[in-house]
Design a protein around this ligand. Structure first.
Ligand SMILES: Nc1ncnc2c1ncn2[C@@H]1O[C@H](COP(=O)(O)OP(=O)(O)OP(=O)(O)O)[C@@H](O)[C@H]1O
Ligand SMILES: [Mg+2]
Length: 149
């Protein structure tokens, strides 16, 4: 059975952008396709930095990875196809999920969906294999990264 259950959950402390990148990389190495990663945390917390690490582990050029603020969804192809979504510019609620046509992304069961500002989505129904990554902290302070199912 395909499952994210083997991904280590818990709390990590990141002292630098490189740390955050590396934590993302370690998670990226374990992805098998079909996972939905919900990233939350304030502006500048390091969500995109974390996604760059994930992408790097999937063999995606991380220079191309930027918050998809204007396009809303950026698809990247690597070992797996990854959809990078950013809901920052959208209003809270189910309409955010509709605006990025999340159901269409979910129909690609082999892809990985990574959503920045996932808190904007409310309780939109999602299939299994959801991993929540909450990053606390900003500026020059260390970040607390909580990974939970
Ligand atoms: N421990 C740390 N982890 C991650 N980023 C850090 C850390 N310390 C400082 N930074 C800096 O914080 C910034 C994080 O930016 P990033 O774009 O990844 O945040 P974000 O959460 O995606 O923001 P946004 O909500 O605007 O999309 C970078 O400039 C990075 O250098
Ligand atoms: Mg970002």
């Amino acid at each position: 059975m395909k499952s994210s259950l083997f991904i280590q959950t818990g709390e990590l402390i990141s002292s630098s952008p490189e740390d955050t990148f590396n934590y993302g990389f370690q998670l990226g190495e374990q992805l098998q396709g079909g996972e939905i990663l919900l990233l939350s945390g304030p502006l500048g917390a390091g969500k995109t930095m974390f996604v760059k690490g994930i992408c790097s582990a999937l063999g995606i050029e991380q220079e191309n990875v930027t918050s998809p603020s204007f396009t809303l969804v950026n698809p990247y192809d690597g070992r797996l196809r990854l959809y990078h979504v950013d809901l920052y510019r959208l209003d809270e609620g189910a309409s955010a999920a509709h605006a990025v046509d999340l159901d269409d992304l979910l129909s690609d069961e082999e892809g990985v969906i990574v959503i920045e500002w996932a808190e904007r989505m409310g309780n939109y129904p999602l299939p299994e294999l959801v991993l929540r990554i909450a990053i606390e902290g900003d500026g020059e302070s260390p970040r607390r990264i909580r990974i939970s199912t």
